[in-house]
Design a protein around this ligand. Structure first.
Ligand code: HEM
Length: 164
């Protein structure tokens, strides 16, 4: 579960990370490949190149209505299964993410922020892993428009609700 206060902490730290996004992306992949060199074969260079753009999408998603986001994140997880992503990869990526935040934000990355990030990442990965266990959804019933649309549609700007 991510509380409203934790969501705010994640959003604030994400805003601090944005000006150093390309450096943070570099740190993240270096760390990820150090933790699991086999991931170099799984992650296409095109994804690495798109990462700062992806960061913006994720930044908007984590600031939006998390409850509304759930079906889209499950569907994202189903696609990830088809990319070849396995449960253990989420653990490795989570470790690399927290490490990157610590390195980038240094003393600004407080223990409460770290806890908030842990909860947010767990929420995303649990939903994605749930989605990975499902079949493809029927055409027409799938949430469309991706993470950003789901994060923003219907939610007041800056709405911070509890999700669990
Ligand atoms: C919270 C966890 C994660 C989030 C939010 C996330 C988000 C995304 C998004 C938005 C895309 C763009 C494509 C799409 O929408 O389907 C993507 C692609 C991809 N992600 Fe993730 N991801 C996560 C975890 C991981 C992990 C743990 C791995 C493996 C280590 C991974 C590997 C990939 C791969 C291989 C692609 C496809 C690249 C391509 O072929 O274009 N992701 N991810």
């Amino acid at each position: 579960m991510v509380t409203a206060a934790q969501q705010t902490l994640v959003q604030d730290s994400w805003d601090k990370l944005t000006p150093m996004a390309s450096h943070a992306v570099e740190l993240f992949y270096d760390r990820l490949f150090e933790l699991d060199p086999s991931l170099e074969d799984l992650l296409p260079p095109s994804l690495v190149e798109r990462s700062t753009e992806l960061m913006q999408v994720l930044g908007q998603a984590v600031a939006g209505d998390l409850g509304r986001l759930a079906p889209v994140v499950r569907e994202l997880g189903r696609r990830h299964r088809d990319y070849g992503v396995r449960v253990g990869h989420y653990v490795t990526a989570g470790d690399a993410l927290l490490w990157t935040l610590e390195q980038s934000l240094t003393e600004e990355f407080t223990p409460r922020m770290k806890e908030a990030w842990g909860a947010m990442y767990e929420l995303f990965s649990v939903l994605m892993i749930e989605g990975a266990k499902t079949r493809p959804v029927e055409p027409g019933s799938a949430p469309r428009g991706g993470l950003v649309a789901a994060a923003s549609s219907g939610a007041a700007p800056g709405a911070r609700q509890q999700a669990g």
